[in-house]
Design a protein around this ligand. Structure first.
Ligand code: PMM
Length: 259
């Protein structure tokens, strides 16, 4: 899953793809590099980020979703807003990627239930503005698995069959340093619970904590390729990344090892 952030303020690529034509061209190149899914987002969720009005979010993402879906790309829309999810599905998106697990907008699950789209539910304990205030766990892997199971049950209660649901442990969302590694170690536990698992480590701060704060993007992308290959070996269904070639190569090598 390749990341297309149509935002002015995402932490690693904010502002680069705010113009729809530039975002579309970038997404086409990610697809040409081998991305199976394009995840298009119009609201940054980096720590401390302020919310964006749904209308602005839609102005950013809908032209990009529509153009790429019409070319046959499989599109995911990264949103916490039910109205944006609805509009993006109407424009051709097949997957709604809600980092809040359907908790931010009480209409989200019902909106997706009315369609045949899939939904990725992220592990989330509250808004980005103060997400670290809730980073308090006794056993982070188990708590993330249990809290995601509750969200899968909520989706089912809203009318979304479990086969349409993907879970994501929400690396970096209300988790500090070592908690992110613990949650990655819990991927097999998540897989055992039965849903497909999506994992997003790309360029995140916990990688810089290992590499050193001076690590440039190329080094963070290499680290992302390693965590993504390890996530795949742990049973993840998809990995969400900015740089497709490095992760494609790492996945190919991991697959060859397994074969
Ligand atoms: N991380 C970010 C945004 N969206 N979606 C999923 N499913 N999983 C993630 O870990 C995730 C996400 C934040 O990173 P970005 O600003 O680089 O997109």
């Amino acid at each position: 899953m390749a990341i297309v952030n149509v935002t002015p303020d995402s932490f690693s690529d904010g502002g680069r793809y705010l113009d729809p034509d530039v975002a579309i061209a970038h997404a086409r190149s990610l697809r040409a590099q081998g991305a199976d899914l394009l995840d298009i987002g119009g609201e940054s969720t980096r720590p401390g980020a302020e919310r964006v009005a749904a209308r602005i979010e839609q102005e950013r993402v809908l032209p990009v979703v529509e153009a790429l879906a019409s070319e046959g790309a499989i599109i995911s829309v990264d949103t916490m807003n039910a109205s944006t999810a609805r509009a993006a599905i109407a424009a051709g998106a097949r997957l709604v990627n809600d980092v809040s697990g359907g908790l931010s907008d009480p209409e989200m699950l019902a909106a997706v239930a009315e369609t045949d789209a899939e939904i990725a539910l992220g592990h989330w304990r509250g808004p980005s503005t103060d997400m670290y205030a809730r980073a308090d766990y006794a056993d982070v892997g188990l708590e993330v698995a249990d809290e995601l199971a509750e969200r899968v049950a909520a989706a089912r209660a809203a009318g979304i069959a479990p086969e349409r649901v993907i879970v994501d442990p929400g690396v970096g969302f209300g988790k500090r340093g070592i908690q992110n590694w613990q949650v990655l170690n819990a991927i097999p536990t998540l897989v055992e619970r039965g849903s497909r698992v999506l994992v997003g480590t790309s360029r995140k701060r916990f990688l810089a904590e290992v590499l050193g704060d001076d690590a440039d993007l190329a080094r963070r992308d290499l680290a992302t390729a390693v965590t993504s290959a390890l996530a795949a070996r742990s049973g993840a269904w998809a990995v969400r990344v900015h740089d497709v070639p490095t992760t494609r190569d790492a996945l190919a090598v991991a697959r060859a090892w397994e074969a």
